[in-house]
Design a protein around this ligand. Structure first.
Ligand SMILES: [Ca+2]
Ligand SMILES: [Ca+2]
Length: 96
């Protein structure tokens, strides 16, 4: 992955993840937005350090829930109309 592509992926993730997390918040109900910050819980192999996969693991389910809520036709992809509907319902202006 070249640097430009890596930068684009990071920018898309930075712009998208808060929306997906927000969707997960609504999908899971109020109060379920709490992230897991307890290192002993995150360190699933108990080796005293966190891998990236261990770090994101508990929150991936929340992001998946949010993504699935936005993906209303369930095809595993968020189309422009699905994204627009999501941002409109939540009073957010889509990033162009
Ligand atoms: Ca570990
Ligand atoms: Ca879709």
């Amino acid at each position: 992955m070249n640097f430009k592509r890596y930068a684009i992926v990071l920018a898309v993730a930075a712009l998208t993840l808060p929306f997906i997390a927000f969707a997960g918040y609504h999908y899971g109900g109020h109060g379920n937005m709490n992230m897991v910050w307890d290192m002993t819980v995150l360190d699933t192999d108990s080796d005293g350090v966190l891998t990236f996969d261990e770090f994101i693991s508990p929150n991936v389910d929340k992001w998946r829930s949010g993504f699935d809520m936005i993906d209303t036709n369930g095809d595993g992809k968020v189309e422009v109309d699905e994204w627009s509907a999501f941002t409109e319902v939540h009073g957010m202006k889509p990033v162009q």
